[in-house]
Design a protein. Structure first.
Length: 134
């Protein structure tokens, strides 16, 4: 099987455009080849430390809640996400589907760089056959 791939996309929907300085950047996590996935973990960092994580919404995977499956480290602007699903065959999601959206309080006019990093939690995706995709 081909490994799943994640894409971080800045939301540009009209309802998500904030005009006040110091408001919110909304970043969507989209996936492709997300087939029979039973667990995943990763850390997401805002490289320029220009804001802070405030919430998540549009959560489209079961068995996930902010606080239980997330930890935000304020000292290095890194959000750690862990998730697993109790289904024997894992979970499959159509290509391009938004898994969830991250909200970062910051000035959307400033240059931000969001990326998955290997610390403190390395990127791992495990399918129902217990194959690890990185």
């Amino acid at each position: 099987p081909r490994p799943p791939r994640f894409t971080l996309v800045r939301s540009s929907a009209a309802s998500d455009v904030y005009k006040r300085q110091g408001d919110t950047n909304i970043i969507e996590l989209r996936c492709t080849q997300f087939q029979n996935i039973s667990a995943m973990q990763f850390s997401l960092k805002e490289e320029n430390n220009l804001g802070r994580f405030i919430s998540m919404d549009q959560i489209n995977i079961p068995n996930f809640s902010v606080g239980s499956n997330t930890f935000y480290n304020t000292s290095n602007s890194t959000l750690t996400v862990t998730w697993d699903v109790p289904f024997i065959f894992g979970l499959s999601i159509p290509d391009g589907q938004v898994l969830f959206r991250f909200r970062w309080q910051s000035n959307p006019a400033l240059k931000h760089c969001y990326k998955m990093v290997e610390s403190p939690t390395p990127v791992e995706i495990i399918d129902a056959l217990s194959l690890i995709h990185i």
